[in-house]
Design a protein around this ligand. Sequence first.
Ligand SMILES: Cc1cc2nc3c(=O)[nH]c(=O)nc-3n(C[C@H](O)[C@H](O)[C@H](O)COP(=O)(O)OP(=O)(O)OC[C@H]3O[C@@H](n4cnc5c(N)ncnc54)[C@H](O)[C@@H]3O)c2cc1C
Length: 453
Amino acid sequence: MEHIHVIGAGLAGCEAAWQAAEAGARVVLYEMRPQKRTAAHKTDSFGELVCSNSLKSEQVHSAPWLLKQEMRRLGSLLLRAADQARVPGGHALTVDRALFSKEITAAIETHPRITIERREVERLPDKDVVIIASGPLTSDALAEEISRITGSERLFFYDSISPIVAAESIDMSIAFRASRWSKSLDGTDDYINCPFDKEQYTAFVDALLDAGRYEAHIAEDNTPYFEGCLPVEEIAKRGTDTLRFGPMKPAGLTDPRTGRWPYAAVQLRQENLRADSYNLVGFQNHMRFGDQARVFRMIPGLESAEFLRFGQMHRNTYIQSPVLLRETLQLRRDPRIFFAGQICGVEGYAESIAAGLLAGQNAAAVARGDEPVLLPRETALGSLCHYITHADPKNFQPANITFDLLPALDEDSKHRFRHDKKARHAEVCRRAHEAFDTFLNGTAPRVHCAVSV
Ligand SMILES: Cc1cc2nc3c(=O)[nH]c(=O)nc-3n(C[C@H](O)[C@H](O)[C@H](O)COP(=O)(O)OP(=O)(O)OC[C@H]3O[C@@H](n4cnc5c(N)ncnc54)[C@H](O)[C@@H]3O)c2cc1C
């Protein structure tokens, strides 16, 4: 079996290295810390959690729970470490971060088939199987190399994510559908608009200015903002009316109930074909998640909004996976190269580990001349891989696991559970488990993209 080179001993890289080694491969794991640091990592340990200590919900029948259940069933090292390092955190899987890293580092360092090289990788090995798991803060030299192999226009450096809300949680007795100046490509009213009067707007701007921010990341990350992509609270700082002339511009948005333009408006843009989620246009921000929920529920029509994702801004290196990757996480133009973790367009700790897990198992399969596997679309991990490889390449942004990424239920089930969201989610999970069982029993189809290395 050929060697497998894994670049980055973060969440995805450690999981990938472990999986490949457990499958019998000889693995070389490269980590540039402590020689070279990132703006976010504080230690030299492997599998460091750079910010919160939560691997999200363990609430039964939630999408993050489903993903973690699948990862456990696939033998995830990092979830085992998380379970061992668990601290009380309500419904979330929260961990003692030092213990979590210690468990991972010890498991990797003592694995007989893993060799560790503490150095920055600047060029990819030109033979053997390679897994690039260098994360959102990939070093500049490696980013340049990735640009070279993928094409520079396919590598993104900044991630500004607007919050997303569930369509059914928008109060349409307040919000209204309209396109600005009634113009849209097909004559439909594409946007949902949330109208503000003057008093509501002033209170909202004040709340934005008061909201808690993730200052630590801003201070450590000197990457300048793009003027066209400023955090919303930064715009608010520039003057009370600045938002009204920017992302909250009401011009051309006639409220059908008043026949007039509102004082200000937030526009919500449809996020997916199913039209069950909408993003707040231009509302990328640095605010703490709790503050986002509180402040954005002051938006008229969003008082009871269910947030599927919160806004974020940080330096984030990721590739244009819908164009570049197969669902097996292999580079289309060179299938001996895999991408895993945040750099392949997933978002979040658990999602990064999950991508590392699949890349590690598939890399081992390719290294021994077998075919890599494709997780069924009904599963959470299968849907995550499907999203990153099938999303609209022009607007591709990293995603957390949400039910939104999984296939919709059939009409029958939708009808049966139409008044009960919990039952709908339970049904999606039941279907996912069933597909996963079939996959583990070996009866699910394999993909034909093995390569000789
Ligand atoms: C500031 C910040 C805060 C975040 N907060 C959260 C959060 O609270 N919750 C959440 O779920 N997600 C969060 N994320 C997103 C994401 O989940 C994490 O970044 C996660 O660590 C990604 O895992 P990864 O394995 O892809 O990358 P990492 O865990 O970052 O691992 C990549 C590793 O590669 C190494 N490396 C980089 N370049 C090279 C090179 N050339 N040679 C050798 N080694 C190299 C790095 O030193 C690092 O150890 C955050 C991201 C950032 C940037």
